[in-house]
Design a protein around this ligand. Sequence first.
Ligand SMILES: [Zn+2]
Ligand SMILES: [Zn+2]
Length: 257
Amino acid sequence: MRFASLGSGSEGNALVVEAGSGARPTRVLLDCGFSGKEVERRLARAGLAADGLDAILITHEHSDHIGSALTLARRWSIPLYMSWGTAQAVGADEAGVDLRVLWGDETVEIGALGVLPYTVPHDAREPLQFAFSDGAARLGVLTDVGESTPHIATVLGGCDALVLECNHDLAMLAASRYPPSLKARIGGSHGHLNNEAAGAILAGLDCSKLRHLIAAHLSQQNNTPELARAAMAAVLGNAATEIGVASQAEGFDWVAL
Ligand SMILES: [Zn+2]
Ligand SMILES: [Zn+2]
């Protein structure tokens, strides 16, 4: 299995996960939070094309995640997976797409990939986050979440790689010029994870197999890659886990497991 981010942050998110060998590996796109043109440009940068995708999975309806998913799914006849609540929020049931409804904690098999959607607290209709397995390795993804739950810790324990939201630095958000209501939304229990909260989640996980950790969904106003990386390093100590940071412009390059 390998994965790459096409971009990560409040202006757009998309992650590619690939599994299986041979001429035709299974390839899914998790979130499609850019314009169609931009997604295709970013796919090409990763050596891929939209017609090579086996599925598009959507975490929730916020524009930095849904983006051009409906258009792309329709244009290239790509099955589109999301919760019923998300489908309702974006009108996917009436959009002429091949809609596949996901239920929290029910694994679906997509080619060589086992895909586990799991529920999280976030201010959307029925948000899901995802864990992926190819039978040998496991990748956990957690962004757009206000706080941890015991369920999240169970799902993400024992992963080989994690993509973990480090949205903001608490002091930077407090000092920012954001209006109080927006600060409360971002920092609230259904908002986004700050560096410390992400670190606390990591500290509570079984990290015995963790080889790659990618900090994701960083705020460009209220965080820096250095602060996010330091928060993750403080938890992992001298563990042999590689720490990366996903950026809005570049995402991050392929990571092989
Ligand atoms: Zn988001
Ligand atoms: Zn969101």
